[in-house]
Design a protein around this ligand. Structure first.
Ligand code: GRF
Length: 224
């Protein structure tokens, strides 16, 4: 069944709308210090860096942690001049051990919020407890639909005509924490997984900085 929606940005729907960040709003305000975790291409990491540098997010990416030596996120960090740390999961004998290393790294840079931007590892309650209400994830579906891996493939297989992406707080149940903000994206009859994933990613890059602002505002960080 064909989707009835167009492919423009008009498909974006946002809960808890916030006005665009006004740099004059809090000129002396505290910038949010962000730690970012990524395993892959890193386009969401770069979207956060860009939002900070363009003034759409009153923050700074203080540290990127990657778990794969050759990943695109690491190369982006080098190009963008963002401090980057490799914590190779293969050198850790447990998830706990890796998460302890993450906690140490993000505490060292005094991260206010930690953003999982394509972190392809399950995190432990230890990491979640270290950053209560401060650990944010982005997922390529309209949660609570299509949790877990291959959310885009799951959406296509289910035949939905509307999918999207969600920014949410991380809880112990995978992809089930409090939703901060979502964007709806139409699914077209002609969509391949790659085409739908690309359309969703365009919205992710807009949504993630907004989700981070919402998380920071809920904690009373932004604009203090
Ligand atoms: C995104 O689609 C995100 O929703 C998911 O992993 C992907 C990461 O993409 N968690 P990128 O590495 O940021 O390009």
């Amino acid at each position: 069944m064909p989707a009835l929606h167009d492919t423009s940005d008009a498909g974006l729907s946002i809960q808890w709308p916030l006005p665009p960040h006004d740099p004059e709003e809090s000129p002396n305000g505290q910038a949010v210090r962000l730690g970012v975790m990524a395993s892959g291409n890193g386009s969401n990491f770069e979207a956060l860096v860009t939002a900070c540098r363009e003034g759409r997010l009153h923050g700074e990416v203080s540290l990127l942690v990657v778990n794969k030596p050759q990943c695109g996120a690491l190369q982006r960090a080098e190009r963008l001049g963002v401090p980057c740390l490799l914590l190779d999961h293969r050198l850790h004998d447990s998830r706990e051990s890796l998460d302890h290393a993450l906690i140490t790294a993000f505490r060292q840079v005094r991260a206010d919020l930690v953003v999982m931007a394509g972190w392809m590892r399950i995190v432990t309650p230890t990491l979640i407890a270290a950053f209560p209400n401060r650990l944010v994830n982005i997922h390529p579906s309209l949660l609570p639909s299509f949790r877990g891996i291959d959310a885009v493939g799951q959406a296509l297989a289910a035949g939905v005509t509307l999918s999207g992406c969600s920014v949410h707080l991380v809880s112990e149940e995978v992809d089930a924490g409090r939703i901060l903000v979502q964007a709806a994206v139409p699914v077209l009859a002609s969509d391949s997984r790659e085409r739908l994933a690309a359309r969703i990613q365009r919205q992710e890059h807009r949504l993630l900085p907004l989700g981070v602002r919402l998380a920071a505002r809920a904690l009373g960080i932004e604009g203090q």
